[in-house]
Design a protein around this ligand. Structure first.
Ligand code: HPA
Ligand code: ZN
Length: 326
């Protein structure tokens, strides 16, 4: 079997995936019709044509606009099931999936609708493929600390179904320090925390996420290479980085895949995992990310084995389960 085929079929975990970012244009249109939502695009093609991003914010504007079609438990079920079917086809046996409750509660959709719908989709997919899933409740960093605390309160009845907490949305101007107290409250609940840092933001934001938020892993983190001491620290501690190659190219963090810092990060001994971030918007699911990386860098079999071992080691699954998959 060719190496790329082995890479695609190899069991792996996906740790950086926004469920709202898996909303394909076809499903968005179907849900807009089902829910009688006035959608600002008149065809799947015109929506797809808008997938032309210059930076993170230009993407987020469209991502939040499209999320408006998600209204009912059934919608969240359908969204989750569609993603998990695609993930299973790419060899994903375990996924840790972020959702952004504030995107929905701000529109009058209840926390229960979101979480019950997502859980129903997970249950259907588990019956189909056996895939294992955990949910990460992500706070929107462009909103206030007060809003994040109110969201944490709304999540209280559902905490048994929340494995961890995260931080996403517009990075520049919203450093991790803004959420130090919120993340302390999350950790006090006994939950691990993760945060986007060093995607567009400087290495200092990664240091804040480590020191102030005490994150278990960094989402993206690709700008760490600008700070030698930080790279040494990340290598020494093996703090995982959930890298999303197609996302970084589509959001112009790197001009092209060949310029991605992934090889430098691996050479530095970092615990790198590969993920799809917002696959409906960035050109594909995990398999397409792996194809694009292999086309650019032609990694050998031991490098791929290391990346997939990292994906399990960086996950929140039990030591016994890790031993089985690694
Ligand atoms: N970065 C920050 N916030 C996000 C992203 C991302 O890539 N995707 C969805 N929310
Ligand atoms: Zn992300």
């Amino acid at each position: 079997m060719k190496l790329l085929d082995r890479v695609l079929s190899c069991p792996k975990a996906e740790l950086h995936l926004h469920i709202e970012g898996s909303l394909e244009p076809e499903l968005a249109f179907a849900l807009a019709q089902r829910n009688h939502v006035d959608f600002p695009f008149n065809s799947v093609e015109s929506l797809r044509a808008a997938y032309n991003f210059s930076n993170l914010q230009s993407f987020l504007d469209l991502y939040y606009a499209c999320a408006d079609v998600l209204r009912t438990e059934e919608d969240f079920h359908d969204l989750m099931l569609a993603y998990l079917r695609r993930a299973a086809a790419d060899g994903v046996v375990h996924a840790e999936i972020m959702f952004d409750p504030q995107t929905h509660t701000a529109r009058g959709i209840s926390m229960a609708t979101v979480i019950n719908g997502l859980r129903a989709g997970i249950a259907t997919a588990r019956d189909e493929s056996g895939i294992s899933v955990q949910l990460i409740l992500s706070f929107l960093r462009h909103l206030s600390e007060e809003d994040a605390f109110a969201t944490l309160k709304l999540a209280e009845p559902h905490l048994a179904h929340v494995a961890a907490f995260g931080l996403d949305s517009s990075e520049m101007g919203h450093p991790p320090s803004k959420f130090e107290r919120v993340f302390k409250a999350c950790r006090d609940l006994g939950k691990p925390v993760v945060a986007h840092a060093g995607e567009e933001g400087p290495p200092a934001y990664i240091i804040e996420a480590l020191d102030l938020l005490q994150v278990s892993r960094i989402d993206h983190g690709v700008r760490c290479v600008e700070d030698k001491a930080l790279v040494q620290r990340l290598a020494a501690t093996q703090r995982p980085l959930t890298v999303c190659p197609l996302s970084n190219v589509r959001l112009c963090v790197f001009k092209e895949m060949a310029r991605h810092t992934l090889p430098a990060m691996l050479d530095a001994g970092l615990c790198v995992t590969l993920n799809s971030d917002d696959p409906a918007y960035f050109g594909g699911y995990l398999g397409n990310n792996l194809r694009a990386v292999q086309a650019a860098f032609n990694f050998d079999a031991p490098t791929w084995a290391r990346i997939f071992r990292n994906s399990f080691n960086a996950s929140f699954i039990s030591a016994e389960q890790k031993a089985e998959w690694c």
